[in-house]
Design a protein. Structure first.
Lengths: 390, 224
């Protein structure tokens, strides 16, 4: 077995005679030295270069901020481009400052270590940048693939590009995007771990909808709203939001309101898998939505035929996050539906039989050709074949 | 032993897996006599025993191979190709001693496959966390240092170029000395006399410049 641990612990397993004198001396004396002051020559030289670079970057940040302040104080009429020019210049200067803030800290080994340990302070731009880079490296690609392969984009929204990370946990078990989940697991609302990568607080709404509700009258599929929560205050430093706790006494005021409570995901027997899409929408100008109006519009009968696009347009929302799971009829679905008073557990869907439009075919084959009187001598082979009647 | 497998896959896997028993590369260096003799003794195929020509002190004395004492040719260490017939003894030629000739294309292919072998590709660096962080720090500092050097060099070159450009522009617009008209100094300064050696011309001007120059510059054997 390979032993693991920090260097000074590992060195205790060794014989005191092992290693060079230099190494033994180093191990004996550097146990309490912090990482940054470890006496490795090249490392210390490298740190000097990095520290110098950081100083340059910080000086640049100070200079740029002074420039921004000067620009803000100047009247826009003194520029040939006017107010538009001033705003554009301010915007690009601010963007430059943000970049410099990231560049100042990106070479710090302690920052890297803290981020890898998950102890990064998300209120700082460098950790947000690192988190965004990590999200883009794999998770975002998977989400984009799910959006494409499950046709979320033409079906639910005409255009959509997620900009925040959303992970879904059902009773502390992580559900990978697009997984087919047991209906007993999805009976309670999930906990969402959401990470936004731009600074500041904002108000968000959360929508969970079923995109594949079979509609036998019109021989088509419609949509249904399963959950809606609004006016949730969210910021980069926030981590997880248990949806099941919304609307209860345990909910804090910044957890927002719950116009439409959780309806368990279910699929009736025989219907193909249902896509349950979780959308995070950012509210326009951080203005709270009218909960009573939402309840009136979408609760109860309003759940059926829910359209995310019209919801977005009606209330000026911007979809920013996405995750999804699937559900199928399984052995627990009937119980779940009974427990929550959902009718239709005894319905089984079947595809309608499509009859062929081709006319019936004449009999073909060697025997069929030899049924006439001309082949009377072959009748003993061609007549009275079991199961076939010519 | 996969050494005797006739298929290519056997050889390739041998290259890629590196068995512990055989450490020398069979195609580029002749196998050691001890290893080969072991192969001869324990090889399941009798053909391999009969036609192995590598000299071996451990081989049975009545074995037919009369070793010349020379090491086998690269790539011919007692190899048998699929479908190859037992080599006949020839009075002369390269096949002396019944050595098998391996297809040079095969050797070439194996040489290219060998590039992928773990012998050639070093394993990834494995370090403890602190050590890796130190390594990373040094790496980042090195990248930063190189970037700084490059930027300084490029800035210097650009400065020199612009300064030269300004000087030439100044020359072009200057008239003189004496009664010389404008631009004389510029023309004199940009002449390439002596640049290609004393009284020299660029060697490219020695023949007519064509889009498709001849592969052989001069045919000395040409006769009418």
């Amino acid at each position: 077995m390979i032993k693991q641990g920090p260097e000074d612990q590992l060195s205790q397993f060794l014989s005191p005679q092992l290693g060079t004198l230099r190494r033994r001396a180093a191990l004996a004396t550097t146990g309490s030295v912090p990482f940054e002051q470890l006496p490795y020559q090249c490392f210390q030289e490298a740190r000097k270069i990095l520290a110098q670079d950081r100083e340059e970057k910080v000086a640049k940040i100070i200079a740029e901020t002074a420039k921004i302040r000067r620009l803000e104080a100047t009247d826009a009429s003194s520029y040939r481009g006017g107010e538009a020019y001033k705003q554009k210049r301010l915007q690009s200067l601010r963007q430059h400052v943000e970049q410099l803030k990231i560049l100042a800290d990106i070479n710090d080994p302690m920052v890297k270590r803290r981020f890898e340990d998950g102890k990064g302070d998300m209120s700082k731009p460098i950790y947000r940048y690192l988190a965004h880079r990590k999200w883009c490296s794999m998770e975002r690609k998977i989400i984009l693939q799910r959006i494409a392969q499950f046709h979320i984009v033409p079906d639910l929204l005409p255009k959509f590009e997620p900009t925040m990370a959303v992970q879904m946990f059902f009773r502390t078990i992580k559900a990978s995007p697009g997984a087919t989940l047991d209906s007993r697991i999805t009976e309670t609302a999930p906990t969402l771990r959401m990470q936004v990568f731009d600074k500041g607080e904002r108000l968000i709404s959360i929508v969970v909808m079923d995109a594949d509700v079979p509609d036998p009258e019109s021989n088509a599929f419609s949509k249904r709203l399963h959950f809606m929560a609004t006016n949730i205050t969210w910021s980069p430093i926030k981590d997880a939001l248990p949806l099941s706790r919304l609307g209860t006494d345990a909910a804090s005021p910044d957890m927002g309101a719950l116009p439409v409570p959780w309806l368990p995901a279910f699929a009736q027997k025989g219907s193909p898998y249902h896509r349950l899409a979780v959308f995070i929408l950012e509210q326009e100008n951080n203005l709270p939505l009218d909960t009573a109006k939402l309840q009136e519009l979408y609760d109860g009968q309003g759940r059926e035929g829910f359209s995310l696009k019209s919801f977005r347009d009606k209330f000026g929302l911007l979809p920013v996050g996405f995750n999804m799971f699937r559900t199928e009829w399984d052995e627990n679905t009937a119980d779940v539906m009974a427990r929550h008073g959902i009718p239709g557990a005894d319905v089984e869907f079947r595809r309608p039989r499509v009859m062929s439009l081709k006319p019936p075919r004449k009999a073909r084959g060697w025997e069929a050709k030899r049924q006439t009187l001309k082949y009377r001598h072959l009748w003993k082979y061609t007549k009275r074949i079991k199961g076939i009647k010519y | 032993m996969s050494f005797y497998l006739p298929s290519l896959r056997g050889h390739a896997s041998r290259f890629l897996t590196r068995p512990a028993t055989l450490t020398s590369t069979p195609f580029f260096s002749p196998p050691t006599t001890a290893t080969t003799s072991t192969q001869c003794l324990f090889a399941p195929s009798t053909r391999a025993v009969a036609f192995s020509t590598t000299p071996s002190p451990l081989a049975p004395p009545n074995a037919k191979n009369k070793g010349t004492g020379k090491p086998g040719k690269p790539g011919a260490g007692g190899k048998l190709k699929p479908g190859s017939k037992p080599a006949k003894k020839k009075g002369k030629g390269k096949g002396k001693g019944g050595e098998e000739q391996i297809d040079p294309r095969f050797i070439n292919m194996m040489r290219h496959l060998a590039v992928l072998s773990p012998k050639r590709i070093p394993p990834p660096l494995r370090m403890g966390r602190n050590r890796h962080l130190r390594h990373w720090t040094i790496h980042r500092a090195w990248l930063l240092f190189r970037r700084r050097e490059r930027d300084a060099r490029e800035r210097n070159l650009q400065r020199q170029y612009q300064s030269m450009h300004a000087a030439m522009e100044e020359l072009r617009l200057t008239s003189g000395p004496g009664t010389r008209d404008e631009g004389y100094l510029y023309r004199v300064a940009t002449e390439k006399k002596g640049v290609y050696g004393l009284h020299g011309v660029p060697i490219e001007y020695a023949r007519a410049q064509t889009e498709t120059p001849a592969r052989v510059a001069w045919n000395h054997d040409w006769k009418r």
